[in-house]
Design a protein around this ligand. Structure first.
Ligand code: AMP
Ligand code: MN
Ligand code: MN
Ligand code: MN
Length: 285
């Protein structure tokens, strides 16, 4: 069957406006070639790519949802919330983007100072490269800089060798609290999704508490189906969504065509009894 005979939904993707490698229009072209019929661009902490992505989707006949992947903290760990159908005129969204971008730039400097002191690496050079042209500088930009300068064999190696907890360049970061973020930004998004719940290092009990807090704060859905998710994780997260009366979201978390396992439009099979979050958005219009 041709890709076009099998319409696909992807509600979690990144462009080069955050830590993806493709410009929004190139991401849309790839999604169109793969038969995606409904696409959300969900860059980290910015909606800067959404106008370009929407124009490309309109031209390609793809339904588009403006999204954002919000960095938050919950009990000392980073937790991501995907906001869907974001109000581009919301001052709260702009304030979030500005505050996070500032914190991210400071964090890149702090990480590079540690890389210099503890890892004996050329911190200034790494920082300059990571920050060059990056509106939302992430650790992925640092990983690419470390790779380009010959201090890692790949971006995963850069994380494993230099950036992750226990490594010379690890700097703990505090993002705005989950509940505060939902309180400030919830009204600017038609739906909010707790991103990749299966990836957090949490016990089953803690994940239930996180889900309960997310639900109480007005959250809409859990990301129940992602590219590469195991059937076991999918069932576990789908059960969590059902027990909390939450909808489900699906996506690839696409960043880079070189990562062949999560192209736009790829996600795990959706379990029965889960309402797609895009249907909630359509119903609230
Ligand atoms: P951050 O700057 O902490 O928001 O991280 C930015 C991005 O780096 C994440 O969105 C992922 O795309 C990637 N990332 C984070 N941790 C890892 C890891 N341990 N291995 C590979 N990629 C990672
Ligand atoms: Mn990312
Ligand atoms: Mn994420
Ligand atoms: Mn993501």
């Amino acid at each position: 069957m041709a890709a076009h005979d099998n319409p696909l939904i992807d509600l979690h993707t990144h462009s080069d406006r955050s830590d993806g490698t493709l410009a929004p229009a190139a991401l849309v072209a790839l999604a169109a070639a793969r038969g995606v019929s409904l696409l959300a661009l969900t860059d980290h902490d910015t909606i800067a790519g959404c106008d370009a992505a929407r124009a490309a989707c309109d031209a390609a006949g793809i339904r588009f949802i403006a999204g954002i992947e919000l960095s938050t903290s919950w009990r000392g760990q980073a937790v991501h919330v995907v906001g869907l159908d974001v109000d581009a005129a919301s001052p709260a969204v702009a304030a979030h983007a500005d505050a996070i971008a500032r914190r991210r730039r400071e964090r890149v400097q702090a990480i590079c100072e540690r890389l210099a002191v503890r890892g004996r690496l050329p911190g200034r050079e790494i920082a300059a490269r990571a920050l060059a042209g990056a509106a939302v500088p992430t650790r992925m930009h640092l990983a690419r800089a470390l790779l380009a300068l010959g201090f890692a064999t790949g971006t995963q190696d850069a994380f494993d060798r230099w950036l992750k907890p226990g490594r010379p360049g690890h700097v703990p970061v505090e993002w705005p609290a989950l509940a505060d973020t939902l309180a400030r930004l919830g009204a600017a998004c038609r739906a909010t999704v707790l991103a990749h719940p299966h990836r957090y290092r949490l016990s089953g009990g803690a994940l239930r508490q996180l889900t309960a807090e997310f639900t109480a704060a007005g959250g809409t859905a859990l990301e129940v189906s992602l590219a590469g998710m195991s059937p076991n994780d999918h069932e576990r997260i789908a059960a969590l969504a059902r027990s909390h009366g939450l909808a489900g979201s699906v996506g690839s978390d696409f960043h880079d065509p070189a990562a062949r396992w999560n192209p736009p439009g790829r996600f795990a099979k959706l379990a029965d009894g889960i309402t797609l979050v895009s249907e909630c958005i359509a119903a609230s219009r």
